[in-house]
Every structure is written in structure tokens, then in C-alpha cells.
Ligand binder design. Structure first.
Ligand code: XMP
Length: 529
């Protein structure tokens, strides 16, 4: 069996999602997985290759910012319509399927009716497999629409099964070929029954059992990693965060001591972070771990640096230098493991037929693979953050570790505006630990996306006991978010914040004033630099 055949045989029954560049394609994958079915997204230009590899049991065509009538707008591989498997087209996916099978799509401005954006109501005009056990003929249901163009003539074999004011072909079906098209978006939460409709498609139409789980994912990935790596050596940069930890533990399960983890202590870590990582990896998992004490190197380089970008650049470059040197010490490696997640992989798909994917690479060890001539091992590429957490639990990581708030690669340096010194890092570490302890004690940790303290380069006057103080200001920040792209301020009770402020000023020497950051993102960013 060659490598390609082997990988074919280990993939679970799956759904292929063809991405035409919609903002919400990732949500389709999510809903399908929530229905217990494995799915992968492929940009339309790579969909044929993905089809060959996955041998999916069904296909979903995504929405798109493109317009079907426009020249050069993307198409699905025509062969998909002859593959004999069910297809669901969503919004643009419905339109492109109609067009490719002989129907007609017209731009909103031509039909003179404009589009439909937001909440809409459709009426079910005929029962169909997609609605099985859910919607019945004659019922009205709320959905979420976002389209200008619309199908004005469906393709031979199709019929209308639901209609709305703005989209006469709100849902079309060709039950014989098992092709379905929805003008609305079932993947978004604003379509209340959307998840169930997608579950109907994968279970009832495609006939998949829905028994896929994180345990199955773990087994599949372990086999894939073994296959990719062979008897090569893998090196993994641990940040102490959830993603790189889960990747490392999974890879270790697959290839044991062929994996070496490197943890760079740049002196910009949170209180006891290094010890926690050492205990977890060495004692709990028995994973070979190299801990590099590079505090001096980082601190001396950061002396006198106050510009946020200059700090970030220095830290990124030095991190790579240190990691590279350690990798050479252990005789190099053939592969670099990274905890890259799905949202980092497909940022956007070009729908003009140009280079098809923009890959965002904002990882701590970015730049290393080329420099060290290593291939990447990225076992979390298909997962969302909360799925990584579920996988972490599956691998035995304690809840407390799995649920940790994100922590940026440049660490405390971007939470200390102005010059970063060891003394300032030590002050910040203490204040931050108190703040987080209070949050945990109040049972609020899991309700918050990220909470941390910052140390301002400002001194103010205070009074403690009978004496005057002249010390630093500590800022507290806590936000809720789903992906870090936008964020809301966490609305603590005033008494909670007062309690934190009192403890910090009393227990942390060097701080005599505490303020709370009430800025959402945008206009602020989550970190202060
Ligand atoms: P901002 O400050 O841009 O942060 O609103 C959004 C999210 O990204 C994290 N962040 C980083 N993570 N390296 C990282 O690994 C970085 O350089 C970096 N900068 C910001 C930040 O903590 C938040 O979760």
C-alpha cells in the first residue's frame, strides 16, 4: 500500500465542504461535526484533490461574496455533479449548482427586487428529505438570508420545496439525485433550525451514522502522524498554551520519543508558568522536554526598547534564534510540530481564480521551517479552539489546563508599556496572579475569554499607613470574545474590582493604584501593545 492509499483508508466517513470564500464557511464544518460527522473544508480550487483523498459521502457548497453571473466567478468541479453522492448548495452554492446544471441566476439589480439581508420567513411548500421530522408542508419558519442575486430558473430535475417573499426558490430539491439548495444560511445561529437541517442532510440524506467523536479524531490523527513522520524526528515549540500542548501530547502518543519539546523561558511568562509546563510534560506525560533559560538574553536585548513593534520584532527573532540553537544541540529534526488551528489556516479564499488561499502564519516559531529545512506537522489544522479543548480532555489534560485563557507569544512584554525590565515583570507577575486568583475564586474564569493585568509606565502619589507612596499604576483587563477578533469588556461588579484593587495594592510592592480598562475591541485591542 502506498502512502496515499494508506491515508485514504484511515479517514472516517466524511463530508467535503467546498469553500467559495464565505465569511461563515467555517460554521458549516462546525455544524456538521456537531452532528457527529467528520468534515473538511477545501477551497474550490483544491476541491477535486480533496475529493480524491477523502472519498466523501456528501458535498456541501458554501456561500460566497462572488456573484454567479460575473465572469470568472468560481464554479464547483463539474465532476461532483456526476459523482452519485448527495450535494447541498447554500446561498451562492445553491446558485452555482443551479447555473452549472442548466438553470439561471440573475443579479438582484436586474430582477429589480434587490436582495434579502437578515431575518426572513419562508413557507414550506412540499415535504422533502432535508425537512424530515422537522418542517412540514404549509409551515412558516424563520431563517437568515444574505443575498443579492437569486435563482430565477431552477435546473431540470429540481422543484421548489420552500419559498420566501424575496427568494421564490428559498429551498429547491432534486430528490432523485439527492441535490438540495437553500438560499438561506442554515449554518448560522440566526437560522434557529439550521443545525438540525444540516444534521438531516448528513444523517438522513447522506446516510452517515453520526458516531464521529473526538476519540475517533484522535485515532485518525495518530495514524496520520505516524504515516507522515515515519521514523523521522519531530521538534515542537511549547508556549505553555493549550494549542501547542495538545499538539505535542497527541504527537507524543503517535511517535513517542521521536518527539522533543522545547520550551523557551524568555522571562516574560506568568507566575509559575514554567514550573507548570515542566510538571505537566515531564512528570505527567513523560515527554522529553528541553527547557531553555533565556531570560538574560531577552532582558538584555529589551533594555531601552520602548516601541511596541520593536519589542515584538526583537522577541520574535530572538525566540527563533534560541529555538534554532537548541534544535541543533539535539541533532536537528526533520519535522516541526505546530498547534495551528483552523481559523489560522483558511483566512480567505480568492474567488477570482488567483492564488487560492491566504495562509496566516502568526505562530511563535514562524520562519523556522524554511530556515531549518523542516516539514510541518500540524494535527489541529481542522479544529476550532473549543474542539482543541475537547481533544485535550480526550488526551487526559486536566480541565484547568485545557480551559486556560490565551496568552500571547511576546508574553508580559506587551503588557508593560514602555521599557521592559525584570523588576517590572516581577511586579506584574504578582499583580496578575492575584487578579486571576480572585477571578477563579469568584467562579468567573470560564466566563471570560481573557483576563490579565498590565503595568503602566506611570507613577502616582498615594498614602499608605502614615506615609506618602509614589508607585506604579496597574491596569486590569477582562474581555469576552469568541475568537479574539472583537471583544466586549467583562462587566465585573464594582465590589469585585474593589477587592482586587485592595489586594494588589496591599500585597504587591511597587503598585499603589489600580484602574480597570473599559475599552471594547474595536476600538481598543485586547492587549495593550
Ligand atoms: P489583540 O491585542 O490584537 O489580541 O486584540 C487578540 C488576541 O491575540 C493574542 N495576541 C497574540 N498571540 N502572539 C500570539 O500568539 C502575538 O504576538 C499576539 N498578540 C496578541 C491576544 O492575547 C488576544 O488573545
Amino acid at each position: 500500500m502506498d502512502a496515499q492509499q494508506q491515508s485514504d483508508s484511515i479517514l472516517p466517513d466524511s463530508i467535503l465542504i467546498v469553500d467559495f470564500g464565505s465569511q461563515v464557511t467555517q460554521l458549516i464544518a462546525r455544524r456538521v461535526r456537531e452532528a457527529g460527522v467528520y468534515s473538511e473544508i477545501a477551497p474550490f480550487g483544491m476541491a477535486e484533490a480533496a475529493f480524491e483523498r477523502m472519498k466523501p459521502k456528501g458535498i456541501i457548497l458554501s456561500g460566497s461574496p462572488a456573484s454567479v453571473p460575473d465572469e470568472g466567478s468560481p464554479r464547483a468541479p463539474q465532476s461532483f455533479f456526476e459523482a452519485g453522492i448527495p450535494i447541498l448548495g447554500i446561498c451562492y452554492g445553491q446558485q452555482v449548482m443551479s447555473q452549472q446544471l442548466g438553470g439561471e441566476v440573475r443579479p438582484g439589480h436586474e430582477t429589480g427586487e434587490g436582495g434579502e439581508f437578515g431575518r426572513a420567513y419562508l413557507t414550506v411548500t412540499k415535504d422533502c428529505a432535508l425537512f424530515d421530522g422537522l418542517w412540514k408542508e404549509g409551515e412558516r419558519h424563520q431563517v437568515w438570508m444574505s443575498h443579492g442575486d437569486k435563482v430565477t430558473q431552477f435546473a431540470p430535475g429540481f422543484e421548489i420545496v420552500a419559498t420566501s417573499d424575496g427568494a421564490p426558490f428559498a429551498v429547491i430539491a432534486d430528490e432523485e439525485r439527492q441535490f438540495y439548495g437553500t438560499q438561506f444560511h442554515p449554518e448560522v445561529v440566526h437560522t434557529p433550525d439550521g443545525g438540525k437541517l444540516l444534521a438531516n442532510f448528513v444523517h438522513r440524506v447522506c446516510g452517515l451514522t453520526g458516531d464521529w467523536s473526538m476519540a475517533a479524531y484522535r485515532d485518525t490523527k495518530i495514524r496520520e502522524i505516524r504515516e507522515q513522520v515515519g521514523d523521522g524526528k519531530v521538534i515542537c515549540g511549547l508556549s505553555g498554551g493549550v494549542d501547542s500542548s495538545v499538539a505535542a501530547i497527541l504527537i507524543h502518543e503517535a511517535i513517542g520519543d521521536q518527539l522533543t519539546c522545547v520550551f523557551v523561558d524568555h522571562g516574560l511568562l506568568r507566575l509559575n508558568e514554567r514550573e507548570q509546563v515542566e510538571t505537566m510534560f515531564r512528570d505527567h506525560y513523560n515527554i522529553p522536554l528541553v527547557v531553555v533559560d533565556a531570560e538574560e538574553q531577552f532582558m538584555s536585548g529589551l533594555a531601552g526598547v520602548t516601541d511596541p513593534e520593536a519589542k515584538r520584532k526583537f522577541i520574535g527573532k530572538t525566540f527563533i534564534d534560541v529555538f534554532d540553537a537548541e534544535a541543533k544541540k539535539i541533532g536537528g529534526a526533520d519535522f516541526l510540530a505546530q498547534g495551528t488551528l483552523y481559523p489560522d489556516v483558511i483566512e480567505s479564499v480568492s474567488f477570482t481564480g488567483g492564488p487560492s488561499v491566504t495562509i496566516k502564519s502568526h505562530h511563535n516559531v514562524g520562519g523556522l521551517p524554511e530556515r531549518m529545512n523542516m516539514q510541518l506537522v500540524e494535527p489541529l489544522r481542522e479544529l476550532f479552539k473549543d474542539e482543541v479543548r475537547a481533544l485535550g480532555r480526550e488526551l487526559g489534560l486536566p480541565d484547568q489546563f485545557v480551559g486556560r485563557h490565551p496568552f500571547p507569544g511576546p508574553g508580559l512584554a506587551i503588557r508593560i508599556p514602555g521599557e521592559v525590565t525584570k523588576e517590572r515583570c516581577d511586579i506584574l507577575r504578582k499583580a496578575d496572579a492575584i487578579y486571576l486568583e480572585e477571578i477563579r475564586n469568584a467562579g468567573l474564569y470560564d466566563a471570560i475569554w481573557q483576563a490579565f493585568a498590565v503595568l503602566l509606565p506611570v507613577k502616582t502619589v498615594g498614602v499608605m499607613g502614615d506615609g506618602r507612596t509614589y508607585d506604579s499604576v496597574c491596569g486590569l483587563r477582562a474581555v469576552t470574545s469568541t475568537d479574539g477578533m472583537t471583544a466586549d469588556v467583562y462587566p465585573f461588579d464594582a465590589s469585585f474590582l474593589t477587592g482586587c484593587a485592595t489586594r494588589i495594592v496591599n500585597e504587591v510592592q511597587g503598585v499603589n493604584r489600580v484602574v480597570y480598562d473599559y475599552t471594547s475591541k474595536p476600538p481598543g485591542t485586547i492587549e495593550w501593545e
